[in-house]
Design a protein around this ligand. Structure first.
Ligand SMILES: Cc1cc2nc3c(=O)[nH]c(=O)nc-3n(C[C@H](O)[C@H](O)[C@H](O)COP(=O)(O)O)c2cc1C
Length: 187
């Protein structure tokens, strides 16, 4: 069975990034789904110690050990992140930085990791297109290190208040349809 690892990142009870992700995942029919709220994990910052360059894995012992096997082996990765100062929130950035062992294996050792399809869902309060650019590139290079393509980027501006994505007409339907297309796609 195919597998998807899916992330959102929020400390709110009625999180917009969570609501969007859940609707998107309704399209994951017949796919094993693993969802993590990165705001609830304990993941330390990358120290840049470069021990992963000799060991091929990280020496820090924390919740990344739950994510590493999935990031290595799933078929799909979906990240639903709010925009914080034009980028991903810090718990999400910590997870991204801790993927340095994958970057090393892919781009220094030349290993070909399992190919994955990826989607980024971005949600923010503002309404200009520039606010999504930094997150797009950060997630694109993160996905690259995992041998995941960034096949879909869904952008939702004007969503700020807690639970607003649940109340705004048409948004969940739009993201649900996108999820169906994403998981139904055959190369
Ligand atoms: C620290 C912080 C920084 C933020 N920075 C931005 C920003 O640069 N641009 C923007 O449009 N929204 C920004 N927002 C608003 C959030 O992206 C928005 O409220 C989003 O819907 C939160 O998603 P959540 O409900 O999943 O937590 C920021 C919010 C916080 C708390």
């Amino acid at each position: 069975m195919q597998r998807v690892v899916a992330f959102y990142c929020s400390f709110r009870r009625l999180s917009n990034s969570k609501a969007l992700l859940e609707s998107f995942l309704e399209g994951a029919l017949g796919v094993d789904v693993y969802v993590f709220n990165l705001a609830n994990l304990s993941v330390y910052a990358c120290r840049g110690c470069e021990r992963c360059f000799s060991l091929g894995k990280c020496v820090i012992d924390d919740d990344m050990k739950r994510l590493y096997p999935l990031l290595e082996d799933v078929d799909f990765i979906v990240a639903s992140f709010p925009i914080y100062f034009y980028g991903p929130p810090s718990p999400a950035k910590a997870v991204i930085d801790r993927c340095q062992p994958f970057w090393f294996r892919s781009f220094v050792k030349g290993e070909v990791l399992k190919k994955k399809r990826g989607c980024l869902i971005s949600v923010g309060a503002g309404s200009n297109d520039n606010m999504f650019v930094a997150s797009y590139y950060i997630v694109k290079v993160w996905f690259n290190s995992l041998n995941a393509s960034l096949d879909m980027h869904l952008k939702f501006g004007g969503l700020d208040g807690e639970g607003e994505a649940l109340r705004r007409t048409g948004i969940l339907e739009k993201v649900r349809d996108a999820g169906k297309r994403f998981f139904a796609y055959k190369a």
